[in-house]
Design a protein around this ligand. Structure first.
Ligand code: XMP
Length: 513
């Protein structure tokens, strides 16, 4: 495997995904990793990621200096390049003219890293610092107009650094550079093939669970669906899928679920009707985190009750994926807690043991696995829907009336996106990755048929994103927005105004609460 040392840069996950896409197993590793633990992983190479820090800041994350002596090929990207320079005796400083965006890279010296590249290539920069002085034993291999040292190497020690980001699509030859590093320099073996990975996961579930029963709560989303298919492949009839109708679902969720059960031929399926139970505990609750906590508590209570009813259920299957785990670990360590996503924050005292078949995988890999498992694209390409459902798309108190309104508005929005051919995620595309309608708890004045109205406002949100950590608002054609708005105010009673959200994440999040 190739270890990506994660210094907190926004593209660290992307680096790991790109390496896996090139057929080599890759994992994010914390810079605090202990040397024996790193050795145990037996990496074929290391990649040092970017970071929001500057290397000369006291609190900036550093690499254990002994790691440079392990004789492993290392590629430092952006902050990674600066760290190599800084830790091995070079000099790094901040610049007045920062380099952000596209730049022309001029290749100055021969390097296996840049094999088969032209002398000038477009690359993507995103950092304010620069290396001013090389460490001993290093040579410059590329420059730009503003940065003399844009890439360097110590060929003998197989240490390389690039100031730009090869992992982003704005660096057209980025993949070639990563390929050169992996296969020409590190001589990495191809060991990441999802068909193989699928077989390993199924085998692991078989050994872990044996003849015990597993309950899985399907949410209608991709992750829990693919996890369920894997568990079924491993355990057959010992799988008990359930779907909880929380009353916080969208118009089409139950219908789609029934269709999915039929097409995929799931057995032992139960739909638990619990709308009243959820509405009751949400009465008077306006705080988003309290909503999440209450919804999660009742959700897991129901799961435990159902497990008891079935009898002898030992395991609960979950669709937790790799970024969920990494992000929740980071949340406890460096970052502020933004939201408590409930598939990673399990309630205290849960008696069921957890099986997480997708714990090592990224979302795009989950979709590919789904295809390998013959899950139709129409299910795999559904937008994510959060565990607390419409509960966090109704700002303020959840009531029956507000649920009906947001449900009807969402139905119009999604069906219009579908008819305009804008809904499906194409493989590898970030466009329109999630669309939703939310109801804002304010009323505004309008006029309808000569009469004054005083009604709710619907906010539409649709984002382009790869990893859901950062997102841009989708540039939906005006005609589509116009049709959606006109249909909502005409068809959804209690709404007289529709707004389209044009905020990026950050600073806004994708959901409203
Ligand atoms: P945010 O709103 O944090 O959303 O920008 C990022 C992604 O996570 C989903 N999300 C959730 N998923 N439980 C979930 O299972 C939650 O509480 C939750 N909150 C947000 C959101 O829909 C988006 O895909």
């Amino acid at each position: 495997m190739v270890a990506v040392i994660n210094f907190g840069g926004q593209y660290a996950h992307l680096i790991a995904r790109r390496i896996r896409q090139l057929g080599v197993k890759s994992e994010l590793i914390s810079p605090d990793v202990k040397l024996p633990d790193l050795k145990k992983l037996n990496p074929q190479a290391l990649i040092l990621s970017g970071s929001p820090y500057s290397v000369y800041e006291k609190k900036s994350p550093k690499l254990n200096i002994k790691i440079y002596n392990l004789k492993l090929p290392i590629l430092g990207i952006c902050y990674g390049l600066q760290l190599i320079a800084y830790q091995l005796g070079g000099k790094v400083s901040s610049r007045q003219t920062k380099q952000f965006g596209k730049e022309i890279l001029i290749i100055k010296n021969k390097s296996p890293l840049f094999e088969n590249l032209l002398n000038k290539e477009t690359v993507w920069f995103s950092h304010g610092d620069q290396v001013d002085k090389l460490p001993r034993g290093f040579d410059i291999i590329a420059s730009t107009k503003n940065a003399k040292i844009a890439a360097f190497q110590n060929l003998q020690k197989k240490l390389f650094g690039i100031q730009f980001h090869p992992e982003v699509s704005h660096t057209p030859k980025g993949e070639k550079i990563l390929r050169n590093f992996l296969f020409k320099i590190a001589k990495a073996r191809k060991d990441w093939d999802l068909t193989e990975v699928k077989m390993q996961i199924v085998k692991k579930i078989k050994t872990e669970v044996g003849n015990d029963k597993v309950l899985v709560a399907l949410s209608g989303g991709v992750d829990s669906l693919v996890a369920t298919c894997l568990i079924r492949e491993a355990l057959g009839s010992n799988l008990y899928p359930i779907f909880i109708d929380t009353g916080l679902l969208r118009q089409y969720d139950i219908h789609d679920f029934r269709k999915m059960v039929k097409i995929l031929n799931f057995k032992n399926v139960q739909i638990i009707k619990a709308q009243d139970r959820f509405l009751k505990i949400l009465k008077g609750v306006v705080d988003p985190e309290e909503k999440r906590r209450k919804i999660a508590r009742v959700y897991f209570e129901i799961l435990e009750e159902e497990a008891k009813k079935i009898g002898n259920v030992i395991y609960l299957g979950q669709g937790t994926i790799y970024p969920d785990r990494i992000e929740s670990a980071q949340t406890s360590k460096h970052a502020d807690k933004i939201k408590s996503h409930h598939n990673v924050t399990l309630p205290h005292g849960l008696k069921l043991k957890i099986v997480e078949p997708l714990a090592e995988l990224y979302k795009d890999e989950v979709r590919t696995l789904g295809r390998i498992l013959n899950v139709p694209d129409s299910f795999l390409n559904r937008h994510p829907f959060p565990g607390p459902g419409l509960g966090i798309r109704i700002l303020g108190e959840v009531t029956k009336e507000r649920l009906e309104i947001v449900r009807a508005a969402d139905e119009v929005f999604i069906s219009e996106l579908k008819s305009a051919g804008l809904y499906n995620i194409k493989e590898g595309s970030s466009k329109m990755s999630q669309a939703l309608a939310a109801i804002l708890p304010v009323k505004s004045v309008g006029v309808m048929g000569d009469a004054r109205t005083y009604s709710y406002m619907i906010a539409l949100r649709c984002v382009d994103t790869v990893d859901f950590m950062t997102a841009d608002w989708s540039k939906i054609p005006n005609e589509v927005l116009e049709k959606v708005s006109s249909r909502i105010v005409n068809e959804v009673r209690g709404v007289n105004r529709v707004v389209y959200d044009i905020t990026q994440k950050p600073p806004a999040t994708i959901e409203y609460e």
